[in-house]
Design a protein around this ligand. Structure first.
Ligand SMILES: [Zn+2]
Length: 73
């Protein structure tokens, strides 16, 4: 019985870590000069070559990107 609880706890932990990692990531579009939340609905192909991942909003702005008007990062 203990094993099941442990596995459940580990699964929840991994899910939370993954979710927060995604939520804190921004994607900058080098073609448009606009940055988005990584889950913005306007991004159809987040793995495309012209998207650059950023860890912070300020880093995007420092590099000259403007925030998306849809997801408002
Ligand atoms: Zn967006």
């Amino acid at each position: 019985m203990k094993k099941i609880f442990l596995m459940l706890a580990v699964t929840i932990f991994i899910t939370l870590v993954t979710a927060s990692a995604l939520a804190s990531t921004y994607l900058a579009n080098t073609k448009s000069g606009i940055f988005h939340y990584s889950d913005c609905r306007t991004i159809k192909y987040p793995n495309a070559a012209h998207f650059v991942p950023y860890e912070s909003r300020q880093a995007c702005i420092d590099d000259g990107y403007r925030p998306c008007q849809k997801c408002e990062p």
